[in-house]
Design a protein around this ligand. Structure first.
Ligand code: NI
Length: 177
C-alpha cells in the first residue's frame, strides 16, 4: 500500500468530525489501515488518524516501536483502533510536549487528563478495552482528537508554549508525565 500525503493544519478537512465505521473485516478497512501504517512509518510518527490521510472515518493507529520523535517515552503497544471512546479516570492534567504529522516542525506543551480508559474495536470487530496513563494515554487522546477535528495546538493552555521543534526541545524541557 502506498504512502499517502498527510493533510496539514489549515486544511478544513482536518476540522471535520469523522464518521463511525459500520462494517468490520472489510477490504476497505484493511486497506485503509495498511495505508495509515505505511504513512505513519514513513513519517516516523507515533500515531496517525484516518482523517490525516483524507479518509473521514473514526480509525486511529498508534504505537509499535520506540518513537524517534519521542525517544524518552515508553513503548506503546501497536494498536489499530476503530470507533474509539475515551472515559477519563483521573482528570488531573499531565503536561507533555506534543507534535503532529499534520503540524510539521512545531511542538507544544499540552495538558491532558492523566489516566483514561479507552474502548473500541479492532478491524475485525473484536473489542479493545484498556486503562492507561503516561505517554500511552497522551497518544490515544491526541489521535482520538483528530476524529473530532481537534489538533494539538487547539489544546494549548498558553500559546507561548508553541514553537519550532528545535527551540522547544532546547528551551522548554518536557514535564514529568
Ligand atoms: Ni496528530
Amino acid at each position: 500500500m502506498p504512502v499517502k500525503p498527510i493533510l496539514r493544519m489549515g486544511n478544513p478537512k482536518l476540522l471535520q468530525v469523522a464518521e463511525p465505521v459500520s462494517e468490520f473485516n472489510t477490504k476497505f478497512l484493511r486497506n485503509l489501515i495498511l495505508d495509515m501504517k505505511d504513512t505513519m512509518d514513513a513519517a516516523l510518527g507515533a500515531g496517525i488518524a484516518a482523517p490525516q490521510i483524507d479518509v473521514p472515518y473514526r480509525v486511529v493507529i498508534f504505537g509499535g516501536k520506540k518513537s524517534l520523535r519521542y525517544p524518552d517515552a515508553d513503548v506503546v503497544p501497536y494498536t489499530e483502533l476503530v470507533n474509539p471512546t475515551i472515559e477519563v479516570i483521573d482528570a488531573s492534567l499531565a503536561f507533555g510536549i506534543e507534535g503532529c504529522l499534520s503540524v510539521p516542525g512545531l511542538r507544544g506543551r499540552v495538558g491532558r487528563p492523566r489516566k483514561i480508559r479507552y474502548r473500541g474495536m479492532d478491524p475485525t470487530g473484536a473489542s479493545i478495552d484498556r486503562v492507561v496513563e503516561g505517554f500511552h494515554a497522551r497518544v490515544v487522546q491526541h489521535e482520538c482528537d483528530h476524529l473530532d477535528g481537534i489538533l494539538f495546538p487547539f489544546r494549548l493552555q498558553d500559546l507561548r508554549e508553541l514553537g519550532f521543534e528545535r527551540e522547544i526541545c532546547e528551551f522548554l524541557p518536557p514535564d514529568e508525565d
